[in-house]
Write a protein that binds this ligand. Structure first.
Ligand code: ATR
Length: 268
């Protein structure tokens, strides 16, 4: 079988290494390559993929929305997200999915356990946030809170959540069992401006969807303040595992995938 990831730039993608680790563990004769597709060449995408006879491919930045007009079928979740990260090629038809949200949530479940009784706050309301909220909503018995700087972002959310302004976060933070940062802010030094990460529930879990670095300043602050932290590495691994499952109907070896990615990240 043949797979790929399309994006631009793509040379630093860890997806080929991660998928190869899985193929090797499952003793599969399969290939996975990284294809660099600049925006100005995107209109050739059908030819590019078809000439390689791929069984499926991942889509990453900056093409997750751009791919949609080329698809024959779109999953409900991908439709809701308005973004696709996984395409199956079946009988010459292209079917689009989004495994980012389920990837984060499956990873979180593997670490945290049952999410049903967790009260969860998500910071940010972009594409990643929406996918995660969509999946979490199906698993928890409490409403999901989503905080964002710009309230108008919620206009395109068709499912129900508790939308709150970002500036209200500090006053309600102590209610939550899990706080997930999906904004790019945790990467810089300005993390204090998202929220203070103080006076949370004593056993609160503070999560970020970023995995480079493995510990963002946002997570480092949470850890200094005594909270358990959780980074975005599992999200990356599980989104890949879910893509693999969609392409092959087989269960991926997530442990082999994670080890391969961690080994690479730690060797840098
Ligand atoms: P992604 O698809 O990775 O989620 P995105 O769609 O660009 O990325 O969303 C980025 C998120 O980070 C948004 O919630 C954005 O808030 P706005 O909707 O108000 O723009 C949030 N974000 C980015 N920079 C921010 C900042 N300086 N302060 C607060 N939120 C910020």
């Amino acid at each position: 079988m043949k797979f790929a990831v399309i994006g631009h730039p793509i040379q630093h993608s860890l997806s080929p290494l991660m998928h190869h680790a899985n193929f090797q563990s499952l003793k599969m004769d399969a290939e996975y390559e990284a294809l660099n597709i600049p925006v100005e060449h995107f209109h050739h995408i059908k030819d590019t993929i078809n000439s390689r006879q791929l069984n499926g491919f991942n889509v990453t930045i900056p093409h997750k929305e751009r791919i949609i007009p080329y698809l024959d079928v779109l999953s409900d979740e991908a439709k809701e997200m308005g973004a696709v990260n996984t395409v199956v090629v079946k009988d010459d038809k292209w079917i689009g999915y989004n495994t980012d949200g389920i990837g984060f949530v499956k990873g979180l479940e593997s670490y945290y356990g049952e999410l049903k009784k967790a009260k969860i706050l998500i910071l940010g309301a972009g594409g990643a946030s929406k996918g995660i909220a969509y999946q979490l909503k199906q698993r928890t018995s409490y409403p999901i809170y989503v905080a964002n700087r710009t309230m108008a972002r919620f206009d395109s959310w068709s499912f129900e959540i508790n939308a709150i302004p970002l500036e209200d976060v500090n006053t309600i933070a102590s209610q939550f069992d899990i706080i997930i940062n999906t904004t790019p802010l945790g990467m810089g030094q300005s993390h204090e401006s998202i929220m203070t990460l103080k006076n949370l529930k004593p056993n609160a879990l503070v999560a970020d969807i970023i995995y480079t670095p493995l510990i963002t300043p946002f997570l480092a602050t949470a850890r200094q303040n005594g909270y358990d932290i959780y980074n975005g590495l599992d999200m990356f691994v599980y989104q890949g595992a879910e893509s693999f499952n969609i392409w092959t109907q087989r269960k991926a070896d997530v442990k082999a995938m994670k080890t391969a990615v961690l080994t690479k990240l730690n060797s840098k």
